[in-house]
Design a protein around this ligand. Sequence first.
Ligand code: PLP
Length: 415
Amino acid sequence: MTNSESITDSVLDIEKIRKDFPILQTKVYGKPLIYLDNAATTQKPQAVLDALHNYYTQYNSNVHRGVHFLSQQATEAYEVARRKVAGYINARHEHEIIFTKGTTSSINLVAASFGKKFLKAGDEVLISAMEHHSNIVPWQLICEEKGAILKVIPINERGELKMERFDELLTDKVKIVAVTYVSNSLGTVNPVHEIIQKAHAVNIPVLIDGAQAIQHIPIDIQELDADFLTFSGHKLYGPTGVGILYGKEKWLNEMPPYEGGGDMIKNVTFAKTTYNELPFKFEAGTPNISGGIALGAAIDYIQHIGIPAIQQAEEEVVAYAYDRLAALPSLRFIGDAKHRSGAISFLVGDIHPFDLGEILDKQSIAVRTGHHCTQPVMDFFHIPGTVRASFAFYNTKAEVDALMDGIEKAKRMLE
Ligand SMILES: Cc1ncc(COP(=O)(O)O)c(C=O)c1O
């Protein structure tokens, strides 16, 4: 009997759910794929693949500009998808949902546009030490341009934010706080409600990078009250190349356009151009139409299963993985926060993470190794990188057992 068989399985019928994901039926090196790289990107259910296929085979056409039948159909489907995204996070207005290429472009949009209007020399932008590079570099670019200063909330050895330092750093020089909800390299779930409440108490807006939260934790944006929320379609079982910026209407109205071009204008003359209303003001050019529509299909799929059930199933499999990994004497967790979600980072003895990753790969187990686009986190722990196993609701305890067998095998080979 494997360890997993002794434990009650999930709230979900995972074997049935796995059949919805064609790639999970495939083999790597002749063995069934064990996909534990969900923080990098999630696999896509058939419903999402069908949405992409249907768009290109039945109504491929550009949106917002055509009177013809196909264009109207595409526009309708694209705008329905926007409505689905708005519903998924309970946004007050559909026009607060801006389609982008992904989290990275959403954050770049806010940094450039908000920064252009609201940052000046000596102002501060407050981020955290566990941010993904995409929530660091865009702020560095605008700070450099404006002579503003990037300040960083430090973390402790468990990979948790030092909230007492946050309180001290939250001065009237800060013009925006930008933090991740869930760390992609440490798995830490940050106290974003507290951060938002404290920042709002002194009238400072907050951007939440939701890239690693949106697929694991129910988000009601009106209740959370973040001023901006960013996420990527591909981490939410949707396609690559599409993502979301949620922004409160009042900020989006005050911010200048980011990119110029078609769709974002009301009227163009060489003397003066006026800009379109929200959300189109921030959506220059032909968007990723099929991507947006398929993201809507992903949201339908997830809502059909239910995010609370997904969260519960994932918590079970992550807790199981954590316990089994913790029982390995030479294993060291990188990030051991009290509140965690999705990803577990670790090192085993003196084994280099790349070597462990390669040996696992040969056993058809896909994990990620390296710095996970969080080099400052690696510097903090004085390590070159980690092995990261990251989970979705379609992962099983049997897959965790296979991971453990794989690690044991690597230990035998390398230690
Ligand atoms: C926390 C976090 N922020 C931002 C990103 C960037 O997302 P994307 O590459 O989809 O733009 C990622 C991707 O791994 C992430 O995990």
